[in-house]
Ligand binder design. Structure first.
Ligand code: BTN
Length: 322
């Protein structure tokens, strides 16, 4: 890690307190001039660094630039060895992640971008991914699990994201089956899970979990098609955390929950957060929409419904509307 990166990590770790040039110089055994040069280089990259007389440097409260140095301090000790790749712009972080999956890596990898030019949603849709205002991340999980358990990752990821958002932003997100995250009736986050299965063994060797959060996108920024249904986690108010912090927390929660997918305890939380349990919904099948009532979620995350003819069936994938 370069001096500039080391200083950035210290500044990200200590956002509340100023650190003097002298402290930084001593810590990294360099001259104060070298510290000054590194601080200036960070400023040139766009970091707003406040210099308080007799106190030192600290990042401005609204300085929210994505970086590995900003994510790392918030990762749990056991996950700090995750490989982190942070880019300004990519077509799609899931697409990037697939390149690593194809190499059959055994390593956990987190890919983050400040903007996506071809963000992918479910059912071949696009995911609106403007710069500086959202979180676009993909985690590659090397797993080796049966395909049936891989389905559960989609459900688990929704619970992990809700837990993370709740812990850093003190709000209570809800889940619209399968894994859209809603706040106050509007979608703030979508998740796209893609699995890589060994055709011969039927074993899922790795899974890419792609998470897109509308973090501070302004209502007027959303395209017309989603203006009525989408919102941001921090809509019209100053974010109380950085995007880096929430990225780390989502990673912590996801890795924790995926550590033991057989322990299906998270399904109870999934049900408690569900917006559709007990509700009338519409589901799409055979080219048309049908009305049904949601009865339960099955142990694999499927939606148990009763259709208009009184027939009970389980939906394992697809789209519903409420
Ligand atoms: C959906 O709502 O349909 C799912 C959206 C998933 C979007 C995320 S953003 C990060 C990752 N990269 C992508 O291209 N898509 C996922």
């Amino acid at each position: 890690m370069s001096l500039k990166q080391s200083i950035l990590q210290i500044l990200e770790e200590n956002r509340e307190t100023s650190i003097s040039g002298q402290q930084l110089a001593k810590r990294f055994s360099v001259s104060r001039a070298a510290v000054w040069k590194a601080i200036n280089a960070l400023k040139t990259e766009g970091y707003q660094i406040d210099s308080v007389t007799n106190k030192g440097y600290r990042l401005a409260e609204d300085c929210d630039i994505l970086s590995a140095e900003g994510i790392l301090p918030f990762l749990k000790l056991e996950y700090k060895d995750t490989d982190l790749y942070v880019s300004k712009t990519v077509e799609s972080t899931n697409q990037e992640a697939k390149k690593y999956s194809a190499k059959k890596t055994k390593q956990r990898i987190l890919i983050v971008a400040n903007e996506q030019t071809l963000g992918k949603g479910r059912f071949g849709r696009t995911f609106f991914s403007p710069e500086n205002s959202g979180i676009y991340m993909s985690i590659i999980l090397p797993l080796n699990i049966e395909a049936i358990n891989a389905v559960l990752i989609t459900t688990a990821a929704a619970v992990a994201v809700c837990r993370a958002i709740q812990s850093v932003a003190n709000v209570q997100p809800q889940i619209k089956w399968v894994n859209d995250i809603f706040l106050e009736g509007k979608k703030i986050c979508g998740i796209l899970t893609e699995a890589f299965t060994n055709v011969e063994s039927g074993i899922v060797e790795s899974v890419v979990v792609g998470i897109g959060v509308n973090f501070k996108t302004k209502p007027e920024q959303f395209p017309d098609e989603i203006k009525e249904t989408a919102a941001s986690l921090f809509s019209g108010k100053a974010p109380s955390v950085t995007r880096n912090h929430l990225i780390a927390e989502m990673t912590n929660q996801l890795l924790e929950i995926c550590g033991d997918l057989n322990d299906r305890q998270f399904l109870e939380e999934y049900k408690a957060r569900s917006m559709v349990l007990g509700e009338k919904i519409q589901f799409f099948r055979n080219n048309s929409w049908h009305i049904a009532k949601v009865l339960d979620i099955d142990p694999n995350g499927g939606l148990i419904i009763e259709d208009e003819q009184g027939k009970i069936q389980t939906l394992n994938s697809g789209e519903i509307s409420i």
